[in-house]
Design a protein around this ligand. Structure first.
Ligand code: ARG
Length: 414
């Protein structure tokens, strides 16, 4: 029986039931946690005996473990918990509504998902740092417009991946902070007369408390940004592992074959994370659209917040874990990188800067070097190794310093 069956006489049409039912079993442990907190507040107000509280706590700990106990005729996880609690379940909804309950549970869920994301980001960053360390001296062309620009080291390029991940950690931390407030006590929208003590971190406004889903959007934004970063990393792995580039060799434990062409080794992990970025930004745009124009306080439209958040968490986890395996197994093809970086034109900017040091205005130097490139007379006495060393950060010393600093940041995150 729905929680509101006292009001609605006729049995609901099955088609309506199918529309109403929330697919929210993933909230179970978080809702149990929020429900236990509510039970303690009821006890504090003298509305639940000590024995009833102990019973509720014990049962909630069990209920949290077993999503299979949720039945097809439970409208949502909240209804299931109330039913599974037995007699004390009939008391436990005093002073609350599913509106503050679901907001509380989803906030706990998002906090946990953010903590998980940060751990998985750290793991990917650490394997990327190891790869960067191994390739701190490996010269390669750096690109703009996907055209060869100036020499860098592979280590320096890999450190750019780490910087993206570093910002992702910050964004998940911010989403976690946004989720940290407590909507408990807001009830349906306006509190209750029961005199419960406010929860720790209670939100200031009861209407906002049940209407706010900013924290879910912050999470989806952090997930979309991460996916966008992983898609760019993925694209570089795809590109650099082609025969045409040949800069990277794919690990067999993170590559696929072709069902027809026996020779193929395919970068499906990198392609999947590249593709998932599209889905991730769709989830963010989708929930923004659900919330747009929605009157305060609670509306059932808000039930639509669950699927994108749950799905984002699954993709964040699987993408980061897959990429961690992929990146930890990537091997640089140093011969191909050496051939690519031996292109003398990569040193054109250095030659122009030499002229600047000799007192020539940069635009004149640029034109002079460009003319030598056009007529085929360009030459430089320097090497790519000289070039990266002279620029500092992209060179081996700069890379090693940056790795040490980054290890400290990612290590400190634990
Ligand atoms: N399953 C609902 C949701 O996800 C819970 C809140 C229902 N509240 C209500 N007033 N019908 O939003």
């Amino acid at each position: 029986m729905p929680l509101w069956s006292g009001r609605v006489g006729a049995a609901l049409d099955p088609a309506v039931w199918e529309l109403l039912r929330a697919n929210d079993a993933e909230l179970l442990p978080y809702d149990c946690e929020a429900t236990a907190e509510h039970a303690a507040r009821l006890h504090g107000a003298g509305l639940l005996e000590a024995g009833e509280l102990a019973d509720a706590e014990e049962r909630l700990a069990e209920i949290a473990q077993d999503p299979s106990a949720i039945l097809a005729d439970d409208e949502d996880v909240h209804s299931a918990i109330e039913r599974l609690l037995g007699p004390v379940g009939r008391k436990i909804h005093a002073g609350r509504s599913r509106n503050d309950q679901v907001a509380a549970a989803l906030r706990l869920y998002v906090r946990d998902a953010c903590a998980e994301a940060r751990e998985e980001i750290d793991a990917l960053a650490l394997v990327t740092l190891s790869f960067a360390e191994a390739e701190a001296d490996t010269l390669m062309p750096g690109y703009t417009h996907l055209q060869r620009g100036q020499p860098v080291t592979l280590g320096h390029h890999l450190l750019a991946w780490v910087e993206m991940l570093d910002r992702d950690r910050t964004r998940f931390a911010a989403a976690s902070d946004a989720a940290a407030a407590s909507p408990l006590g807001a009830g349906a929208l306006a509190g209750s007369t029961l005199g419960l003590d406010p929860p720790v971190g209670q939100m200031r406004n009861s209407i906002d408390a049940v209407a706010d889903r900013d924290f879910a959007l912050d999470y989806l934004y952090a997930a979309a940004m991460l996916a966008q970063h992983l898609s760019r990393i993925g694209e570089e792995v795809v590109l650099w592992s082609t025969s045409e580039f040949g800069f990277l060799r794919l690990p067999e434990n993170a590559s696929t074959g072709s069902s027809m062409m026996p020779q193929k080794l395919n970068p499906d992990v990198a392609e999947l994370v590249r593709g998932k970025a599209g889905t991730a930004l769709g989830r963010l745009a989708g929930l923004l659209a659900v919330l747009k124009g929605l009157p305060l306080a609670y509306d059932r439209d808000l039930q639509e917040d669950k699927a994108p958040v749950f799905d984002a968490r699954r993709d964040v986890r699987s993408s980061l874990r897959g990429m961690t395996v992929l990146v930890s197994g990537l091997a640089a093809n140093r011969e191909r990188l050496a051939v690519a970086v031996s292109d003398p034109l990569l040193l054109a900017t250095d030659v122009a800067e030499d002229l600047v040091r000799g007192g020539i205005p940069f635009r004149d130097a640029h034109e002079q070097v460009a003319a030598s490139v056009r007529d085929g007379s360009f030459s430089s006495g320097a090497t790519a190794a000289d070039s990266v060393a002279a620029r500092g950060a992209p060179g081996p010393g700069g890379v090693r310093d940056a790795i040490t600093a980054a290890r400290r940041r990612f290590g400190a995150a634990r």
